[in-house]
Design a protein. Structure first.
Length: 106
């Protein structure tokens, strides 16, 4: 039986998750890739070296993040968050984000 998550349940799933799937558009088609992330104050933060996903997101910033929590084949939760890619360019903010990511994912 499917049940829609309450907003606070979806936020909790995003907050406690760490592995998600980033969806974006590349050459007019979907592109999905797993990422490590952390969620804070309505924003999902991740780190990436230059490559296909950064190229795609710079060209078309529309993106989504899918995160799930699976207890068993019949007991799981999933959330799909939609938003737009924003590149962190401020050096002090970059350092803070990277520190939080490395603390969570050494």
């Amino acid at each position: 039986m499917f049940q829609k998550l309450k907003p606070e349940e979806a936020a909790d799933l995003l907050q406690t998750g760490g592995l998600g799937r980033l969806g974006c558009v590349y050459e007019n088609g979907p592109y999905v890739v797993p990422i490590n992330y952390y969620f804070e104050q309505g924003y999902a933060y991740s780190h990436s070296l230059p490559g296909l996903k950064i190229t795609a997101l710079r060209k078309n910033p529309k993106a989504c993040l899918q995160v799930d929590r699976v207890e068993s084949d019949l007991s799981w939760q999933s959330v799909l968050a939609f938003g737009e890619f924003e590149e962190v360019v401020n050096p002090s903010v970059k350092k803070e984000v990277l520190h939080k990511l490395l603390t969570r994912f050494p």
